[in-house]
Design a protein around this ligand. Structure first.
Ligand code: ASP
Length: 321
């Protein structure tokens, strides 16, 4: 029997078209909806235009809507796989939120396009076809949310958009893609050591901020965040996880106010480590109570912190990073 697949459209370039002036914009009529019968796959397809927004307009409420729709599709409607179409700008964030929040073995593949539907070399339909093949594959079960773009499959946890326009924009720093889509096959060659799920009901604590470190960074922003009692702060630190001494009084204010501070590196590859023992060095930061991460980007660490802050946790927060 053919597998039953649900495609949830949310907008983005994959659902847009180029006008005569060369500008790309959304329209009420999603060009993907009519194009589905051009695709080659053995599935029984259902599709819904859940949202129609450019992905910089995506909000935490949209994530909640998507999560609930997918849970219903899997639990009550017995779909065998889910495909999401999404703008690429924030695709990795939606993917990682769903990755953490959904608890299903059913494959969930998310895709987008770098060129809109009527541009030369448009990549939307081929990406959609690849995502459908991934969502149909038994091997995609229990792998969390998979980002499928440009013939590659990436885990939501580490994938990131690396180029403003190139179709090969999505990459997984340090580790590479976890699989490939060939003409008619889905092939995996890497697995994550751990697939995490958190039973999130609602995101009520939402004020988690992301700040990037730089030469002679001062404490201004960090002090403001401490004063305004935000729920958490992620800092994109330097190198292996170090900060300029000029911002340390701000860090102290955050920690004194019991605001969790999570550290990632602004470097593209590798993980943070508490190796340096000097003022602002990782060793001292960790001793002060800053939480170190293993390979998450700033935007992903922010999502993880959001999800964790909205849970009752059995262990200290730092143990989950
Ligand atoms: N700005 C667009 C969006 O994220 C880009 C894209 O879809 O690729 O919606």
């Amino acid at each position: 029997m053919a597998k039953k697949l649900l495609i949830l459209h949310t907008g983005g370039t994959i659902s847009m078209s180029e006008g005569e002036d060369g500008k790309v914009s959304p329209s009420d009529k999603n060009p993907l909806v009519a194009a589905l019968d051009k695709l080659n796959h053995p599935a029984k397809l259902y599709q819904e235009s859940l949202l129609n927004v450019p992905s910089p307009h995506i909000t935490l409420d949209h994530w909640q809507i998507l999560k609930e729709r997918i849970e219903h599709a899997v639990q009550a409607e017995q779909f065998d796989g889910i495909v999401i179409t999404h703008g690429t700008d924030t695709l990795e964030e939606t993917a990682y939120f769903l990755d953490l929040a959904l608890n299903t073995k059913v494959p969930v593949a998310i895709t987008g396009a770098m060129r809109s539907s009527n541009e030369l070399g448009a990549d939307g339909l081929i990406n959609l076809q690849s995502a459908i093949l991934v969502a149909l594959s038994d091997e995609s079960q229990n792998k969390g949310v998979l980002v499928v773009m440009n013939d590659e499959i990436h885990h939501a946890k580490f994938v990131t958009k690396t180029h403003t326009t190139n179709v090969a924009t999505f990459q997984t720093p340090t580790f590479g893609p976890c699989g490939l889509v060939t003409k008619n096959q889905v092939i995996y060659f890497q697995h994550l050591s751990q697939y995490e799920h958190f039973p999130i009901e609602r995101l009520t604590k939402r004020n988690v901020q992301l700040v990037k470190a730089y030469v002679e960074m001062d404490s201004f922003l960090l002090e403001q965040l401490a004063q305004h009692q935000c729920d958490g702060v992620v800092i994109e630190a330097l190198g292996a996880g170090n900060l300029p001494p000029s911002c340390l009084s701000g860090v102290k204010k955050l920690l004194d106010a019991n605001i969790p501070v999570v550290l990632v590196s602004r470097a593209f590859n590798g993980i943070t480590q508490d190796v340096y023992d000097y003022l602002g060095g990782g060793k001292q930061l960790k001793q002060q109570g800053i939480i170190f991460t293993k390979g998450l980007s700033g935007q992903k660490a922010r999502i993880k912190l959001l999800v964790l802050l909205n849970q009752s946790l059995a262990q200290p927060l730092a143990n989950y990073f």
